[in-house]
Design a protein around this ligand. Structure first.
Ligand SMILES: [Zn+2]
Ligand SMILES: [Zn+2]
Length: 343
């Protein structure tokens, strides 16, 4: 056992399945044998050459689960053979944010699978401190969703969600749906979605979220008033990144409510600042996740799967050899949910 297969992004829009040596471990690192690896929107972005700091050659993928193959040096109670996920952030440790303990908003934040070799590979070496053990209650496929659930958990924490809150999620892709599931698990009274794509509307409903506003087919603001007794939602997550979604968010939010922009807009959007002033809205940024939020999201997953069929978020499963097709499908927007690569 000296070599492994890895899909390498050798230049923009060019993926090559290579035979490579299995990485050598340094002190404090461990080797993970990857079982499932998720394709993320940012992988597609990098593939197309649109990421500001990523550079080929690199093995993409920051959302994977697997088993511990080998550990070098000290670790917490981690053993070879353990099923694990990995929090993929790489922080500098010396900037002001890092020194204040906010590693996830490091001034020069890097990610495993974007700036260093990630999960589209038979083996990955990682910092042992970043490894999180999985409970037996989670299936391998479900655990491969840990990273997007960590994103959903962090945005809910940033929103400061309270028991009984009413929540609107604008945009029903996988992150939107996951954000809604975590909001319910965090005590929300109701989660309403806003979505314009009919297939996505059906997909959202399949998880039991039955109240969906379609701004193309109905007067969205009248619908908000009807659903909230004329007051607006306590919390609005804007996950679409679209200009109409960004304008809708402060309109749909109640006086002194909270908006979290989650979706990346493709260019600088126009945002109705006056609505925020007059309604005294709180607009909160949210970047990836802190390590403790990642860990807590993993701990929350067994509870969430009792309420929702989270495995149904995975709409496609492909072998490593078909990674380029998976990326193309994502690029064309053909997939509803997550595409997983099975090693
Ligand atoms: Zn991602
Ligand atoms: Zn830093």
């Amino acid at each position: 056992m000296n070599n492994m297969k890895a899909y390498v992004l050798t230049e923009w829009e060019k993926l090559e399945l290579q035979e490579r040596p299995i990485p050598q471990l340094n002190e404090g690192e461990c080797l993970i044998k990857v079982k499932y690896a998720g394709i993320c929107g940012s992988d597609v972005h990098i593939y197309g050459g649109h990421h500001p700091t990523a550079k080929p050659p690199v093995v993409l993928c920051h959302e994977f689960m697997g088993t511990v193959e080998k550990i070098e040096g000290e670790s917490f109670n981690l053993s070879e053979g353990d099923r694990v996920v990995v929090e993929p952030l790489v922080s500098c440790g010396v900037c002001e944010a890092c020194r204040n303990g906010h590693w996830h908003v490091c001034k020069s934040l890097k990610l495993l699978g974007i700036h260093t070799d990630g999960g589209f590979s038979e083996y990955v070496k990682v910092d042992t401190k970043k490894v999180i053990k999985l409970s037996d209650e989670l299936k391998d496929e479900e655990a491969a969703l840990a990273e997007p659930f960590a994103v959903g958990f962090h945005v809910n924490q940033r929103a400061g969600i309270h028991t009984g809150d009413t929540v609107l999620v604008i945009g029903g892709g996988p992150i939107g749906i996951i954000t809604g599931m975590v909001a319910m698990a965090s005590g929300a009274k109701e989660v309403v979605f806003s979505e314009i794509n009919d297939n996505r509307i059906e997909f959202i409903k399949s998880f039991g979220f039955n109240t969906i506003i379609n701004p193309i087919k109905e007067n969205a603001l009248e619908r908000v008033a009807e659903l909230t007794g004329g007051e607006g939602f306590d919390v609005v997550f804007e996950v679409s990144g679209s200009q109409p979604g960004i304008v809708f968010a402060p309109e749909a939010c109640k006086i002194r409510g909270t908006i979290v922009p989650v979706g990346f807009p493709s260019k600088n959007p126009e945002f109705p600042v006056l609505r925020c002033i007059f309604k005294e809205l709180t607009v909160v940024g949210s970047r990836v996740y802190s390590f403790d939020h990642f860990k807590r999201a993993v701990e929350l997953l067994p509870r969430i799967k009792k309420e929702y069929n989270i495995e149904a978020l995975i709409t496609d499963l492909k072998p490593l050899a078909e990674l380029p097709e998976g990326i193309k499908q994502m690029k064309a927007g053909e997939n509803m949910g997550k595409i997983l690569i099975k090693m």
